[in-house]
Design a protein around this ligand. Structure first.
Ligand SMILES: [Zn+2]
Length: 148
């Protein structure tokens, strides 16, 4: 793949409670997907990460960093539990959870790694019911529950 397209404008994301904000400049307009067993355990399924050139983080005091291996650490918000980033220690580079940001249309997938560790159940291309948010909320309401 050639050099990724980069966003012209900085993008700011935040955790669920808003205690932590992350602004990334020159963000690559592609996500990296990791299917490794550690990412699954960390986030519940695959990890979708974005990266850029310079990064500013506010609310650092709310950030908890967990050394997940000798070569990497993973950060999350200590208030709301949102996962924030994966840092590869040998280079210091960070990959931020794509879901923290309201990303513009047109993002692609740069690559998927550890595909050998991906479980079959989240093959999102497999034939399955596809429901919008409104549809599933209406369905849950008709069943009288909140769904969670
Ligand atoms: Zn938070």
């Amino acid at each position: 793949m050639s050099e990724a397209t980069r966003l012209a404008e900085p993008v700011t994301g935040r955790c669920l409670c808003g205690a932590v904000t992350i602004t990334v400049e020159a963000m690559h307009a592609e996500v990296d997907i990791c299917h490794c067993a550690m990412c699954q355990r960390w986030g519940g399924a695959f990890f979708a990460g974005v990266k850029g050139e310079s990064v500013a983080v506010t609310g650092e005091e709310a950030v908890t960093v967990y050394p997940s291996s000798p070569w990497a650490e993973r950060a999350f918000c200590g208030t709301c539990g949102s996962n924030l980033w994966y840092r590869f220690l040998p280079t210091g580079s960070r990959s931020f959870l794509a879901g923290l940001f309201d990303l513009p249309a047109g993002f692609g997938i740069e690559q998927q790694i550890f595909v050998d560790e991906k479980p079959d159940w989240y093959d999102i291309l497999q034939e399955s019911p596809m429901k919008t948010g409104a549809q599933i909320i209406a369905e849950m309401a008709s069943q009288g529950g909140s769904g969670d």
